[in-house]
Design a protein around this ligand. Structure first.
Ligand SMILES: Nc1ncnc2c1ncn2[C@@H]1O[C@H](COP(=O)(O)OP(=O)(O)OP(=O)(O)O)[C@@H](O)[C@H]1O
Length: 629
């Protein structure tokens, strides 16, 4: 029989199909099952139109047959089938979709959602097959036709025998060659897994004969191998079931199975939108941090379905980075899919969905914050860092959106509080939101700089994560109140009178400060009298945009260039040590220099920073002890 050539540019397209469009070979099965499902939908639709309402979807199973020995895989359906000219037109012309035409010609209604639209999916079969045979009998016809092709060199069409309407797609699987192991597509468990992955929600039962071993009846030792037809897909997606029908346990089980978590999720958000863009979303906030969450391997994203067929396992565009911990899926028939269905055209619909999803997650988190504080704190302990990173990145583009979700440790209340709660509790006259940074709460609480702010009756937010101060600086203010570090040069607590007094004292002790500064050349920018110390003799503060904490964080990064904050050594004028310094000034320059060094090192230690020369510091202390004894 004469071979017919594929029409038009089909040869080149076929070559492209086989070699370049898909990155995952396994999707050939998804494409063939989608076609079988479309064909079954068409039959179902036609039967209903003809008044045959007794037909059920269960009556139209899609069957996968495996003949391992002969390397043949068969996908059969009981759908509408194809007449001779349909075989010719639909399979002989690449990029012609009979399904799309069917959709255009018929008003399919809500219950029928066909998948095909490009007219290329079928050819994915050639990625894994040496030869493809299609035997089809159209619904209502009494003749059957066979289409056969080995790929780009064309196809044949001839009559064949087929008892019932529907289509068999018979694939002769390619031979294994070196690394290319096509035989995997003849393994029942592999095939079952592929069906589960991509076609779990196809609305017709997908069946296959599965072998299993069990105890022989009447025997306690002998086993037997049995072959049973099993349905591989669950058919009805949980997110399409009426909300009232699904229990919390159903959601929890679905989450654990689908996203491979041992624990129930912390929160479940299910929502459906109809309108300009129609979709369903089912989102989960995990209870525990995934083991690779804070590593480079972690990929964020939601699963994306189009009409029950999985298109992407992790669509990153559906989730902002700040919410990358969310697992779940979006199902929509409104998306512009790319031809391989592996990617999407970045379109308005997708952006609109992503935007809604983002708002939905935020409102769920706000609900938890308000109504279930314990749960929210657990969430924040695990993923709060990600929210802070979100505030900081992209030049703070998302800070307004995220800032009400942040929690910090309140020194006054000794618990986590939200920024709004801090602001609500501010006494009259407090201008700033005060914060202090350090490695742990206890250390922060004992910072000498703390005393004056606490005496004024103001609460201080203790920040112990490296990202904290960066996020705070990015926010700058909250509810109109500026953030202020307790180590900031100016705490904003001094009255006019205090300032005048400070200026007076600065003039009075000018010579002392100059001498000390000389001894600390290159280390501190300024030595001055402090207005924030009560019981401690010294502390360090910083001037300029870089704080000491930020210096620590930045210098801990593996970069060559190190940064240095402008340090100010502050002295407590009421402390006996200050008196000693005054006495030494002008009399024993050498000793004053030593003491200046010691005080600077002490201030560094209190700030949780390394001192340059610990041995020298120890020697100075020992010297002092020896002198005193
Ligand atoms: N099992 C089948 N039963 C009946 N018709 C089929 C079957 N498989 C394919 N067809 C017909 O062949 C056409 C081409 O199939 P193909 O998979 O290449 O494209 P499609 O499904 O229309 O679109 P897409 O590329 O988006 O999957 C289909 O539109 C359909 O008319």
């Amino acid at each position: 029989m004469a071979k017919k050539q594929f029409k038009t540019e089909s040869k080149r397209i076929l070559d492209l199909m086989i070699n370049s469009i898909y990155t995952h070979r396994e999707i050939f099965l998804r494409e063939l099952i989608s076609n079988a499902s479309d064909a079954s939908d068409k039959l179902y639709f036609t039967a209903m139109k003809e008044g045959n309402t007794g037909l059920n979807r269960e009556d139209l199973p899609i069957h996968i047959g495996v003949d391992k020995e002969n390397r043949v895989l068969t996908i059969s359906d009981h759908g509408c089938g194809m007449k001779r000219e349909e075989l010719e037109n639909n399979l002989g012309v690449i990029a012609r979709s009979g399904t799309l035409n069917f959709k255009k010609d018929n008003d399919l209604g809500e219950d029928i959602d066909v998948i095909g639209q490009f007219g290329v999916g079928f050819y994915a079969a050639f990625m894994v097959s040496k030869k493809v045979t299609v035997q089809s009998r159209a619904y209502g016809s009494d003749e059957a036709w066979q289409w056969q092709s080995t790929g780009a060199d064309g196809y044949t069409i001839e009559p064949c025998e087929k008892a019932e309407n529907g289509t068999d797609i018979i694939l002769e699987i390619k031979d294994d060659e070196g690394e290319e192991h096509y035989g995997e597509f003849l393994e029942q468990y592999r095939l079952a897994a592929i069906v589960k992955k991509y076609s779990d929600y196809v609305r017709y039962p997908i069946q296959m004969e599965m072998e299993s071993t069990r105890m022989k009846e009447g025997s306690e030792t002998e086993t037997e191998t049995v072959v049973e037809t099993s349905t591989l897909n669950s058919m009805v997606p949980i997110w399409r079931r009426a909300k009232g029908e699904v229990t919390d346990e159903d959601y929890n089980n679905f989450y654990k199975e689908k996203f491979m978590d041992f624990e129930d999720p912390l929160s479940v958000v299910s929502h459906a939108v109809e309108g300009a863009v129609t979709y369903q979303a089912l989102l989960f906030i995990p209870k525990a941090v995934p083991f690779n969450y804070y590593s480079r391997d972690f990929e964020k994203g939601l699963q994306l379905y189009s009409n029950g067929v999985m298109i992407m396992d992790k669509c990153p565009d559906l989730l902002p980075d700040a919410f990358s911990f969310v697992r779940g899926l979006v199902d929509s028939s409104d998306l512009s899919l790319n031809i391989s269905r592996e990617t999407l055209q970045h379109d308005r619909q997708l952006r609109a969905i992503a935007n809604n999803v983002k708002k939905k997650i935020k409102s769920e988190l706000q609900k938890l914050l308000k109504n279930d504080r314990e749960k929210y704190e657990l969430f924040f302990k695990n993923f709060g860092r990600q929210l802070k990173v979100g505030v900081y990145t992209n030049y703070g583009a998302e800070k307004e959106f995220l800032q009400d979700l942040l929690l910090f440790h309140s020194l006054a209340g000794d618990k986590l509080i939200a920024l709004q709660e801090y602001v609500d509790a501010m006494p009259e006259g407090q201008k700033y939101i005060y914060y202090a940074c350090g490695t742990d709460i206890n250390r922060v609480a004992q910072l000498p700089q703390m005393e004056r702010v606490r005496d004024a009756g103001y609460d201080v937010l203790c920040m112990t994560e490296d990202i904290d101060e960066f996020a705070v600086r990015m926010m700058r203010d909250f509810a109109g109140k500026e953030f202020k570090s307790i180590s900031d040069n100016d705490l904003g607590l001094d009255s006019q009178e205090d300032q005048e007094k400070a200026e007076q004292q600065a003039a009075e002790y000018k010579a002392l400060f100059e001498d000390m500064q000389k001894a600390l050349e290159g280390k501190v920018k300024q030595v001055k009298l402090s207005s924030r110390l009560k019981s401690h003799p010294v502390c360090l503060s910083s001037d300029g945009p870089l704080s000491l904490e930020m210096e620590k964080v930045l210098n801990a990064m593996p970069t060559e260039e190190k940064v240095k904050a402008d340090r100010i050594l502050e002295l407590n004028g009421d402390h006996p040590v200050f008196e000693t310094l005054c006495k030494l000034q002008g009399k024993d320059e050498e000793k004053l220099g030593q003491y200046a060094q010691m005080l600077y090192d002490q201030a560094l230690l209190i700030a949780g920073m390394e001192i340059e020369d610990p041995v020298a510091y120890c020697n100075r202390v020992c010297q002092l002890m020896a002198d005193k004894a």
